[in-house]
Design a protein around this ligand. Structure first.
Ligand SMILES: Cc1cc2nc3c(=O)[nH]c(=O)nc-3n(C[C@H](O)[C@H](O)[C@H](O)COP(=O)(O)OP(=O)(O)OC[C@H]3O[C@@H](n4cnc5c(N)ncnc54)[C@H](O)[C@@H]3O)c2cc1C
Length: 505
């Protein structure tokens, strides 16, 4: 094989061979001659999902990681409702691969699908549209599940994994991930291209080779990159819907016969959701304690609230005309609801700072609509990708190339999924209109024919839907990072190694 042929092989054959084995793990050892064996010092900005996942993956890759968190405790458990979240297969398989499957399953319910109902009901009664079950072959191929667990439990699993990451033999360099609480970033200096720094409220100034800005949609680093692009800091525009989140403990839910039915199988493993007009709602059982998490999408969006403050208006006042079960759920909710607006997010031209080694990920890079199916899985994918790609270098001169690769590979996927999440909300909250009638008729027709709610009788559309689901759920961020490495990143290492050999001779 000539050198050109071997490069072609590296570029094309290996990634496809790996895809052919259906995403099986292939651990790559960089063959490049690494110029510096110093570990990269990576500064983080938060201890939430994208940040913790990146911290774990970067530590597995052998780098030094410092995580900075403005709150005093993990997840501010004193204020957040013990709300449930959904973690689809593309998110949970990353964590399964890291040995966290038992910890996650012990705290989760594996969802089997959803049932859909009309939000307003029909003449004071409930109005059923149909059922959708996740096809078992989809889950088998995706190597994951649709887990329903509590936000705080996922956070705890990731936090424990981050603290233990240095003990995992594959990437251990002996030093643990350091997580500093009460470490609010109030400023940053990106004037030095290779040594960005942050200033904390304590006055400490910290430098790093790379800063991973994972501080959320309203965090410092999204603002900083918006400013670099001369954008308004309020670039994310309210869509006119807010999501109220409330919870109901199982014991309390069982006191009400209509609500207790949510615990009968198969409904116990189904998300119940309600559609439009201009509204929506969902309820599902989540976590080890099996409480109910209840989301109401309402046009009452005066408050630009957050996950850490109670809603200004009680949930019972923002329901509008609704299915009697929705009303009863709102009455039974015990925790104060939170109210978080859904925004159409501004798409940053670049997730990488133009002046220094700072890259955004998670909600800081690409905020998703509130309580999207992929809120957590995409944050986890981002973190896992960045760690995997940085496993290929200790060479500080390649940092920008790797940050740009992260953006280049991840952006199309994140944009695609963002768009489908946005469409899902638009379809759910369709106003009374011929389109809404067409949506409901299609769902009812599927139900009458014994088909899944979202199916289509038309073979081509069904195939397109299947292809899209496979693209979304079968994805593995470590494979995507390795594909980039094999196709592009490694070429430079090979040519540098060759130059070094030539220099040496
Ligand atoms: C307390 C809390 C509860 C949530 N509950 C839910 C829920 O129940 N359901 C749901 O769908 N979504 C919830 N979310 C949102 C969800 O966590 C995110 O949308 C998603 O996980 C993507 O996370 P991320 O890591 O990109 O950003 P985020 O989860 O927003 O994390 C950002 C982190 O950065 C920290 N931070 C921000 N600014 C600074 C600063 N200046 N200095 C240092 N640290 C900073 C924050 O404290 C936070 O830990 C919640 C978010 C928070 C912060």
């Amino acid at each position: 094989m000539t050198r050109e042929e071997s490069l072609q092989f590296v570029r094309y054959a290996l990634p496809s061979a790996r895809r052919a084995t259906n995403g099986g793990r292939l651990l790559l050892v960089p063959l490049s001659q690494v110029r510096s064996f110093a570990r990269l010092a990576v500064g983080h900005t938060n201890q939430h999902f994208s940040g913790l996942t990146a911290a774990i993956a970067l530590k597995y890759a052998g780098h030094d990681v410092l995580v900075l968190e403005k709150e005093a405790t993990l997840g501010r458990s004193d204020v957040i409702p013990r709300a449930g979240i959904r973690l689809p297969p593309n998110g949970c398989k990353v964590l399964f691969d890291w040995g966290l499957e038992d910890a996650l399953r012990a705290r989760s319910i594996a969802g089997e699908g959803f049932t859909a109902w009309k939000y307003q009901g029909l003449e004071g009664e409930r109005d059923f549209l149909g059922t959708h079950r996740w096809p078992p072959e989809l889950l088998t191929d995706a190597h994951g599940d649709f887990l329903q667990l509590l936000h705080k439990d996922l956070l705890q699993v990731l936090y424990d994994a981050a603290l233990a990451a240095h003990t995992i033999p594959k990437g251990s360099n002996g030093s643990p991930v350091v997580i500093r609480f009460n470490a609010e970033i109030i400023d940053s200096d990106l004037s030095d291209a290779s040594s960005p720094s942050v200033t904390l409220s304590s006055g400490d100034v910290l430098h790093a080779n790379v800063i991973i800005g994972a501080d959320g949609a309203r965090g410092h680093f999204r603002q900083k990159l918006l400013a670099e692009e001369n954008q308004d800091t309020d670039a994310d525009v309210p869509r006119g819907l807010a999501v109220y989140t409330a919870t109901i403990p199982k014991a309390r839910a069982l006191t009400e016969p209509a609500i207790a039915k949510l615990y009968d199988y198969p409904q116990s493993k189904m998300v119940t959701f309600w559609v439009g007009p201009n509204r929506g709602a969902q309820v599902f059982v989540a976590g080890r304690e099996q409480g109910l998490t209840f989301w109401v999408y309402t046009p009452d969006s005066d408050q630009d609230g957050s996950w850490t403050e109670p809603s200004e208006r009680p949930l019972t006042e923002v329901l509008g005309d609704c299915d009697p079960l929705i009303e009863r759920l709102a009455q039974l909710a015990t925790s104060p609801a939170t109210c978080v607006q859904i925004k159409n997010s501004h798409h940053l031209e670049s997730w990488v700072s133009s002046s220094s080694n700072v890259v955004l990920l998670g909600e800081a890079a690409h905020p998703f609509p509130t309580v999207s199916l992929h809120t957590y899985s995409i944050a986890i994918e981002d973190g896992a990708f960045i760690g995997k790609i940085f496993s290929h270098t200790r060479n500080a001169s390649r940092i920008r190339e790797f940050m740009n690769a992260f953006e280049e590979v991840r952006k199309p996927r994140c944009s695609h999924i963002y768009q489908s999440e946005k469409t899902y909300i638009d379809v759910m909250a369709l106003p009374d209109s011929p389109m809404q009638q067409a949506r409901d008729s299609a769902m009812r027709a599927n139900d009458a024919a014994g088909r899944n709610l979202m199916d289509s009788g038309d073979e081509d559309s069904l195939q397109t839907m299947w292809d899209d689901m496979r693209m979304v759920f079968d994805y593995h961020p470590a494979d995507a990072a390795d594909d980039w490495w094999m196709a592009w990143g490694r070429l430079r290492s090979l040519s540098e190694a060759r130059n070094d050999l030539e220099d040496f001779s």
